[in-house]
Design a protein. Structure first.
Length: 350
């Protein structure tokens, strides 16, 4: 810790869910950590050295329920909260943030703004309505130096101390270097990329494909069709990403293929698990009630489909996932449709 510059000797984390907890634990190997939660009981438990999510934090991890305290103590902050609550949290944190702060978010979802009846099936989403979390940070706060954590980051494996890696995306070298200094350890390696938009979008869009892979796994189908879904799903991710202004480059690296493979093949992934439960015959409502944390891919499927419509992109996997999850379309009929879909070209996005 003594080798870190003064502004990195205490690092903040906003959110005490599984991934926020995993990142706080990794950070504690290198620096002091202050983790924010609005739940006073949880804050008390952490500060008294009790377990949280089966993990006993190191003594250099403390908790707070005050955004003001967090911002005063920490220059580098990792917001890791659900996408649906992200803008509201940034609005509450904003009065205490200054341009000298550095924020690296770990949220893999979209923010929707404007007069958009999101529950309607007839609307079209434009790029002006759909925002990444880094865009929300810049819209709601005075912070300029922003970054993202992309995958592969299965929180359960990280909490178990298994070796893992991540990608920090940012336009600013200082953000990437600062993130690497506080996260790198023998069990966790960080890569950097200036393709931040691509890294963010890859991390978001892969959750939709992971749900589809979970459905196949839940049905007990083999690796051949799973491989087809993952690779063709990657194509759809690239098409939507390019329509939103990203290059194909980020989707081919750790943040793209790496994160997709990890999330779409592991029962430790919330999105894979969601798909497997749908395959077992549970309704979406039943699955959501049975899972302690949101599977971001459910919302992402709806957004991907609407974006694809707006940009006239063919996304048959996304369309079928939407039909299965939101319209109770028969899963076997959906698989048959995808097996017989007239894919003409294997790779056409380079």
């Amino acid at each position: 810790m003594s080798t870190l510059p003064e502004n990195l000797q205490k690092v903040g984390v906003v959110g005490a869910g599984s991934f926020g907890t995993a990142i706080a634990n990794l950070l504690s190997l290198n620096t002091n950590v202050l983790i924010y939660s609005r739940q006073e009981k949880l804050v008390q438990n952490i500060n008294e050295g009790q377990e949280h999510m089966g993990l006993r934090f190191n003594e250099n991890v403390k908790a707070t329920s005050s955004f003001e305290h967090l911002a005063q103590e920490c220059t580098l902050i990792f917001p890791i909260i659900s996408s649906i609550n992200f803008r509201e949290v940034m609005q509450k944190l904003s009065p205490y943030l200054r341009p000298y702060h550095l924020l690296i978010h770990g949220t893999k979802g979209f923010d929707i703004t404007g007069d958009v009846p999101f529950e309607s099936d007839d609307i079209k989403l434009s790029r002006s309505n759909v925002h990444t979390m880094s865009e929300v940070i810049r819209q709601e706060t005075s912070v300029v130096r922003v970054g993202c954590l992309s995958g592969p980051n299965l929180a359960v494996e990280i909490l178990e101390g298994q070796p893992a890696a991540t990608v920090i995306g940012s336009r600013f070298n200082e953000v990437i270097k600062s993130g690497r200094k506080v996260l790198d350890s023998d069990q966790f390696h960080t890569f950097g990329t200036h393709e931040m938009l691509g890294a963010e979008l890859a991390g978001v869009l892969k959750n939709a494909i992971a749900i589809g892979s979970g459905i196949l796994g839940g049905l007990g189908l083999g690796k051949n069709i799973q491989a087809m879904l993952i690779t063709r799903g990657l194509m759809e991710m690239v098409y939507v990403g390019k329509a939103m202004g990203a290059s194909s480059k980020a989707f081919i690296g750790i943040a793209g293929i790496g994160d997709l493979v990890a999330t779409a093949t592991s029962p430790k992934s919330r999105n894979y698990t969601f798909g497997a439960k749908i395959a077992s015959g549970m309704t979406m409502k039943e699955v959501r009630e049975s899972m302690p944390e949101l599977a971001e891919g459910v919302r992402t499927i709806k957004i991907m489909r609407l974006l694809a419509r707006s940009h006239k992109i063919h996304v048959p996997i996304t369309d079928m996932l939407y039909s299965v999850i939101f319209e109770d379309f028969d899963i076997k009929r959906a698989i048959n449709y995808l097996m017989n879909y007239p894919y003409a070209v294997d790779v056409d996005f380079f």
